[in-house]
Design a binder for this molecule. Structure first.
Ligand SMILES: Nc1ncnc2c1ncn2[C@@H]1O[C@H](COP(=O)(O)OP(=O)(O)O)[C@@H](O)[C@H]1O
Ligand SMILES: [Mg+2]
Length: 293
């Protein structure tokens, strides 16, 4: 990131500035210092990670959106020209992340100038673009050349939306970052956390967050149903309330050795890509109480 005076095209920094830029480019965690934040160790590690796929399964208020906004900012500043997409269940939530990123940019001494800006997107003088995506599959356009896709409150994002955005990373080889509290044993966020391939996984409970006071947490534990407390603060994927069988029961009934009764089918995505859906093979019914019939 070499800041330029808006309009002049001239670099606004001397050797010291260039040396600092080089240091922050090499160690993204230094960016936090430049925006005035003292990151937790796990936040620093997340900011430094170069894994293609990263999941932050973290307590409410632990600082996952904050660090994700810095990951996005670093990408836009130091890997320009980069296209960074911000997605959440609702546009308003994606805009929250966007605002954090903008606050970070404004807090820098010599920010790269913004050449175009709206409530949903900005373009920087270095060619990087940051865009908020609407939380509805039908209204999402296909973007190509995505460098980084961030999905905030990912457990609440629908599988259809996730399936619609993932192909945008296919050609560019861009990175994806999912961050969320759990929301039961369902959906892609749970699947990716428990059995997805190629993910770096980070789990941070409220007890591990130095900014959440112990006595406040104890009060929350007493006042909330344990299922809610465990999910919101302790990163526990609970049973979904509306399911007849628990996740464990269903999975023990699935047997890879039994041939499916019907052939695999495919989802055809709007942009033309296809995903196979293999039907689950379920063990033959057991007799007696509690068996499958
Ligand atoms: N390393 C940090 N130092 C100081 N404040 C932080 C840090 N990380 C997060 N915060 C603050 O903690 C609060 C919750 O952070 P946020 O990122 O919104 O949490 P989450 O997305 O996990 O709910 C915000 O007020 C944020 O500014
Ligand atoms: Mg958040």
């Amino acid at each position: 990131m070499i800041a330029r005076e808006a309009g002049s095209g001239q670099p606004a920094v001397g050797t010291q500035g260039i040396a600092r830029d080089l240091a922050v480019a090499l160690d993204p965690a230094l960016l936090a210092h430049d925006v005035g934040l003292d990151l937790d160790a796990w936040q620093q590690d997340a900011l430094r990670s170069r894994e293609q796929q990263l999941i932050l399964l973290c307590s409410r208020q632990s600082g996952k959106s904050t660090v994700s906004s810095l990951i996005a900012l670093h990408e836009a500043l130091y890997r320009a020209p980069a296209l960074v997409l911000l997605l959440a269940p609702a546009l308003r939530q994606a805009q929250e992340l966007y605002r954090k990123l903008k606050d970070g940019l404004n807090a820098l001494d010599r920010p790269v100038p913004i050449i175009e800006e709206s409530a949903l997107r900005m373009e920087l003088a270095n060619g990087s673009r940051i865009m908020c995506l609407p939380g509805k599959e039908a209204t999402i356009r296909g973007f190509s050349g995505v460098a980084l896709l961030i999905v905030d409150e990912a457990s609440r994002v629908s599988d259809e939306l996730y399936q619609a955005v993932r192909p945008m990373l296919a050609v560019s080889g861009g990175r994806i970052l999912l961050l969320s509290t759990p929301w039961g044993k369902r959906g892609f966020f749970f699947e990716e956390w428990t059995s997805g391939e190629g993910w770096e996984r980070v789990r941070v409970t409220a007890e591990q967050c130095r900014r959440i006071p112990r006595d406040w947490l104890q009060r929350e534990r007493r006042s909330l149903p344990s299922r809610v407390f465990d999910s919101e603060y302790m990163c526990v994927f609970g049973e979904t309330e509306d399911s007849v069988f628990g996740w464990g029961e269903v999975m023990t009934a699935v047997d890879g050795g039994v041939a499916p009764l019907f052939a695999p089918s495919q989802i055809v995505h709007p942009e033309g890509t296809r995903d196979d859906i293999a039907p689950l093979a379920v063990r033959p019914a057991k007799t007696g109480t509690g068996g499958w019939r």
